[in-house]
Design a protein around this ligand. Structure first.
Ligand SMILES: [Zn+2]
Length: 421
């Protein structure tokens, strides 16, 4: 958001000039391709028997059948079994619609024992219908008299690292359902979960007005207690200026996205600048809606600026000061038409500038060319995402064909607009 995305945090910062710096958002993060699963490469072995156990595990989570779930845990590994049962109990209220565990590969570790690599994904009832990109995990399994059982966590051995923390690792998951939201949270964060839900729901009318045709199932919102939990779940992805994030869950509209909230940031912001939270949530929800309409080469400033246009335009005093000084500064508007332009921002100040640039650029586009043209720009960038021209040429050509203005001319109009307003 104003300053900030997908996954990161330094709360509220006061600049010398008492400019309120709100945390930003990780919104234009590309799809999490790094989590995509490779093609299934099962080795020889009892593939069917092992897959059956994975199916039972997944089915028990959907149908909330604790006995069935317990039946595929190895009683000779009581600590692991207890941990898995605790996981089951923590997920008991989560309305899974589909839960998919697919065997990627297996290797025999000793007679009657195997290590398996598994791809997993789930959907929630009422939310996006298609399974998101798959997550990977790994298990040890043993074969007993009545078939295979899960006996341990093999992430370090097979995937080379501990599994990133899952939401349920932080406690029992509670659920709030709404018209357009389904909020997952832990009991201590209930007040912030309710606030996040109320504010997200309240942003829908404006969103539908600016982006006609918007149809939203329940968007999943995960409320984390603070930066510590978020960093365990998304290591290295949360920048210091990130307050909240939206995360694309796949390339297709049906895979949707989720919103990630830091309850501590929400609470702090509520104390100092309550209206900011409303903008933050409208901003993230806009990202979810725009994911399927956004190409890999859509200028990030358009995406972030549009999210703030819907959420509420932010301050622009820092940008105005920098522009009138005549000195060079970074990032420029041009820097943030490059793919990944926002994820490259390393400081809160750079993020603030970038959001002010994005907001004013989109405000100018809306004012001078109209909302239809802004949406047409988005469509055109998506249509041309495979073009072989470089980004400068693509941006210039697209502005020319949709708006009839070159990039250079637009940039100077924008400068005048910021300085004159
Ligand atoms: Zn954003």
């Amino acid at each position: 958001m104003m300053t900030t995305m997908m996954k990161t945090t330094v709360y509220l910062v006061l600049l010398a000039s008492i400019v309120f710096l709100a945390p930003g958002c990780l919104g234009n993060q590309p799809a999490n391709m790094d989590w995509a699963a490779p093609a299934v490469t099962t080795g020889s072995g009892d593939t069917d028997g092992i897959q059956r156990v994975l199916d039972t595990y997944a089915n028990a989570l959907v149908t909330k059948d604790r006995n069935k779930f317990a039946s595929i845990l190895d009683p000779a590994s009581p600590a692991f079994a207890a941990q898995e049962l605790e996981r089951f109990d923590r997920l008991i209220d989560v309305p899974f619609d589909q839960y998919n565990l697919g065997l990627i590969s297996q290797s025999q570790t000793s007679p009657g024992a195997a290590a398996v690599k598994v791809a997993s994904a789930y959907t929630l009832r009422g939310s996006f219908t298609e399974l998101p990109d798959l997550d990977q995990s790994a298990y040890f399994m043993v074969k007993g008299n009545d078939g295979w059982k899960l006996s341990g966590d093999a992430n370090e051995q097979l995937l080379g690292k501990k599994r990133e923390a899952q939401f349920e690792d932080f406690g029992k998951v509670d659920v709030l359902g709404g018209d357009h939201t389904i909020v997952l949270y832990h009991a201590p964060d209930r007040a912030m979960a309710e606030m996040a839900q109320r504010m997200t729901e309240a942003s829908v009318p404006r969103l539908v007005e600016v982006i006609p045709g918007t149809r939203l199932p329940q968007v999943m919102i995960k409320v984390y207690s603070g930066a510590d939990e978020i960093n365990q779940s998304f290591p290295g992805k949360w920048q210091e200026w990130t307050a909240s994030a939206s995360r694309q869950l796949g390339e297709n509209a049906g895979q949707g996205g989720e919103i990630i909230i830091d309850a501590q940031v929400l609470a702090d912001t509520n104390a100092s600048n309550p209206s900011y939270n409303q903008r933050l949530l409208a901003h993230e929800l806009t990202h979810i809606v725009l994911f399927p309409q956004t190409g890999n080469r859509t200028p990030p400033f358009l995406i972030e600026g549009l999210a703030d246009y819907i959420g509420g335009i932010e301050d622009k005093s820092l940008l105005k000061e920098r522009l009138s000084s005549g000195n060079q500064f970074s990032p420029t508007l041009r820097d943030i038409y490059q793919p990944g332009g926002f994820t490259a921002l390393l400081s809160t100040e750079a993020a603030t500038l970038a959001y002010e640039e994005a907001d004013t650029a989109v405000a100018l586009l809306e004012k001078k060319y109209g909302n239809d043209k802004v949406l047409e720009l988005l469509r055109e960038f998506r249509r041309r995402e495979q073009d072989s021209v470089n980004q400068d040429t693509l941006v210039n050509d697209t502005f020319m064909s949709v708006l009839g203005v070159s990039w250079n001319d637009f940039e100077s109009e924008w400068r005048d607009y910021v300085l004159g307003s």
